[in-house]
Write a protein that binds this ligand. Structure first.
Ligand SMILES: [Fe+2]
Length: 223
């Protein structure tokens, strides 16, 4: 297992919890945890939340990001894409598992890497800073990062409401306003591209505000 190097901070405790979680779960691989699994399952993510003492409101947020990202991915796959829904679901579900830690994206990525989930780790590592750029080639990272920008806490709210909230929070930092609006425009372009593919608005996929039950992943099938 790789060693994770962090500066000592007030969040040292949560870093230690993370490492312990990684070791405990890595030790379980082959003892009931599927050693063949390429993608982290919902059960494994839920175990990580417990091991890492992820706060309940963050868990709720992660579940909603996972649901929304997988929902968009499934709609795209119905229209000819071949996105890896298990990857989207798993990366979305654990993207903020260590949100209470400093540099939580990097810390979460290290944790998933230690558990052997490199593809999930790659998405988690960039989710705070990701720029949507190549609209001709949409991938799993795009969808997880998009969903994170459409969900507020544990509800799908859509782009306008989410950005309004961020602008309100940043109202004392006028310099950030332009950057936030640029991000919004970039995100809107990505959504337009997706909407061309699926033939309906992203908002309409989640219009009822309720969880449209995601399909059951192979990884989540009861054993
Ligand atoms: Fe998030």
């Amino acid at each position: 297992m790789k060693t994770v190097n962090f500066l000592k901070t007030e969040h040292t405790v949560c870093i230690l919890q993370m490492l312990n979680a990684g070791r405990a779960l890595a030790g379980n691989v082959g003892k009931g945890w599927s050693s063949m699994a390429k993608r982290i399952s919902t059960k494994e993510c839920e175990a990580l939340f417990l091991q890492c003492a992820t706060p309940p409101h963050v868990v709720g947020h992660c579940r909603e990001v996972s649901r929304v990202a997988a929902g968009i991915g499934e709609a795209m796959n119905r229209c000819g894409y071949r996105l890896d829904i298990d990857l989207i679901r798993g990366a979305g579900l654990c993207h903020d598992v260590l949100r209470v830690c400093d540099k939580h994206a990097e810390a979460g990525a290290e944790l998933l890497e230690n558990l052997g989930y490199q593809a999930e780790a790659d998405i988690i590592r960039v989710h705070m800073t990701y720029d949507f750029h190549d609209f001709s080639h949409l991938d799993e990272t795009d969808l997880v990062c998009l969903a994170d920008r459409l969900v507020m806490e544990n509800h799908y709210v859509g782009l306008d409401k989410r950005i309004d909230y961020i602008l309100q929070k940043a109202k004392d930092h006028p310099g950030s306003r332009r950057r936030i609006l640029q991000k919004k425009e970039e995100t809107r372009l990505l959504m337009s591209r997706i909407e061309e593919v699926i033939g309906q608005s992203v908002d309409s996929l989640f219009a009822d505000g309720q969880a449209q039950e995601p399909s059951v992943s192979q990884n989540d099938m009861p054993v």
